[in-house]
Ligand binder design. Structure first.
Ligand SMILES: *[C@@H]1O[C@H](CO)[C@@H](O)[C@H](O)[C@H]1NC(C)=O
Ligand SMILES: *[C@@H]1O[C@H](CO)[C@@H](O)[C@H](O)[C@H]1NC(C)=O
Ligand SMILES: *[C@@H]1O[C@H](CO)[C@@H](O)[C@H](O)[C@H]1NC(C)=O
Length: 459
């Protein structure tokens, strides 16, 4: 008995010292501010453990521990207040189970830029306090797990986070959204914002999206998508913001956004995209903001890419390879923001008409985009083009030429496929015939019959 007491006395202070960061006079070491919220900032303190106690506070606690070295994130100290907790760049590898159970009113958790893996995260880590024979949920609305090493989510990962509205999984190791991940995400009944950018996704599972009817904003940028996933239409009702920049997408057609009702669309940095086909955006009746920039091979937007009555507020077409814009593309006079600089634009009557119909607060700006005069190769500000450009005789209507070119290209492809299949058929027929001939050679009478007609042709 005595022995155990001695052992306990010996061990207890040692472990408590080891497990928690001494927090008496913590505001001498960290920055504390007691204003609308109680703020404590312990960034870059070389902490290896969480605090033993929070400093006294009677309002929302905002605690930041960026850039420490906490390999295991232990159970956090007690607070009954709302809380925002930030533990980014802390080398966190392990999470203690129930780590937020003392601080169940935590609304905002940032665990980005750590070393968390699928194996180390589980439903237990995020469970709240135990009462009435069950674990209570925590109040978290925002969870940031960006830039960890997660490739799949456990089925019950969100079991104790029923109020989650915003989830950031950017920069993890997702190659597919596997069944357990789908079930986990599907349990989020209030999710509004989901960020899956910078993973290695090649497709988005349809059944996943069916289970996310509340989703408002989805970020799929920087993945390995070849197409705009058709399955997006499953969440058509609420999805308003879609970011799908920096993918391998090479086609934008009237099918790409069919069934969606987006307000904001990001299609930047799609190096394989050459042109935007007719009616691509026409079905997006409420589209207000379109970002279609930094697409190095985008040289043509069909003049019917948009719908007739669409009113776009913000249009960014900068840094593409566009040589012209059709005056009938959109209703230019309704734009609030337009960016078309860094394109190899040719000065055309279309551009003149566009600059005339744009609102003055756009064209008044001094940094007008430039176009190249086709007669003398001079660079001219688009917003200062003169009406004379429309009377100049332009042998080449660029957009038509490109449209034409695309038609020719398609024709060539069809023609060459026909030729190829023709050749294959011919070769097969010849081969069959040859085999027949060889077979017939064994019969002296048949040989003559099959040989003579061919020879007579040659004579
Ligand atoms: C915590 O640090 C204070 C000095 O800041 C010291 O007086 C106290 O003994 C320390 N507590 C523990 C448990 O080490
Ligand atoms: C972080 O802590 C681990 C032990 O938990 C240690 O090995 C490592 O050197 C520490 N890194 C820094 C930068 O202090
Ligand atoms: C233009 O886009 C390319 C990628 O296509 C990018 O590397 C470059 O920085 C962009 N330039 C400007 C001025 O934004």
């Amino acid at each position: 008995m005595n022995y155990i007491w001695i052992l306990l006395l010996f061990v207890y202070p040692a472990t408590s010292d080891e497990v928690y960061q001494n927090s008496s006079h913590i505001c001498d070491q960290c920055l504390c501010e007691d204003e609308d919220e109680f703020i404590i900032d312990c960034s870059r303190q070389q902490f290896e453990h969480v605090l033993a106690n929070w400093p006294p506070h009677n309002k929302t606690l905002v605690a930041t521990f960026s850039y420490n070295n906490i390999s295991t994130l232990e159970k956090l100290p007690i607070s009954t207040q709302k809380a925002k907790l930030v533990f980014d760049h802390c080398n966190i590898k392990y999470l203690d189970s129930g780590l937020f159970s003392n601080i169940r009113n935590v609304e905002y958790i940032d665990l980005s830029y750590n070393l968390l893996t699928t194996e180390e995260i589980g439903g237990d880590d995020f469970r709240g306090p135990y009462s009435d024979k069950r674990y209570r949920p925590i109040a978290v609305k925002y969870l940031n797990l960006a830039y960890n090493q997660i490739h799949s989510l456990p089925v019950k990962f969100f079991e104790n986070m029923p109020d989650l509205e915003e989830l950031n999984l950017q920069g993890n190791d997702f190659k597919v959204l596997d069944p357990t991940t789908q079930v986990a995400l599907g349990s989020l009944t209030k999710i509004k914002v989901l960020n899956l950018a910078d993973n290695e996704l090649t497709e988005i599972e349809g059944s996943l999206l069916r289970n996310l009817p509340t989703l408002y904003s989805l970020d799929l940028s920087s993945n390995h998508l070849d197409f705009v996933p058709l399955t997006l239409s499953y969440i058509s009702n609420n999805l308003k913001v879609l970011k799908i920049s920096d993918n391998y997408i090479f086609k934008l057609t009237d099918q790409s956004f069919l069934g969606l009702d987006l307000i904001e669309l990001h299609l930047n940095n799609l190096p394989r995209l050459n042109y935007v086909e007719a009616n691509t955006f026409a079905t997006l009746k409420h589209l207000k903001k379109l970002y279609l920039r930094d697409n190095e091979n985008l040289n043509y937007i069909d003049k019917e890419a948009f719908g007739d009555n669409q009113i776009i507020d913000e249009l960014d077409l900068s840094n593409n390879s566009l040589v012209n814009l059709d005056f009938n593309l959109i209703n230019w006079s309704k734009l609030k923001i337009l960016k078309i600089n860094f394109n190899p634009l040719r000065c055309t009557c279309d551009l003149y008409n566009i600059s005339q119909s744009l609102p003055k607060y756009i064209t008044r700006k001094l940094d007008s985009p430039m176009c190249t005069d086709m007669e003398n190769e001079d660079s001219t500000p688009v917003f200062f083009l003169k009406s004379t450009i429309c009377s100049q005789d332009h042998p080449l209507h660029i957009s038509n030429a490109i449209q034409h070119f695309n038609k020719i290209r398609i024709a060539m492809i069809v023609l060459s496929s026909l030729l190829l299949s023709g050749t294959i058929v011919t070769v097969i027929l010849l081969l069959l015939r040859y085999r027949k001939t060889v077979a017939f050679r064994n019969y002296p009478f048949a040989t003559q019959v099959s040989y003579y007609p061919i020879q007579t042709q040659h004579i």
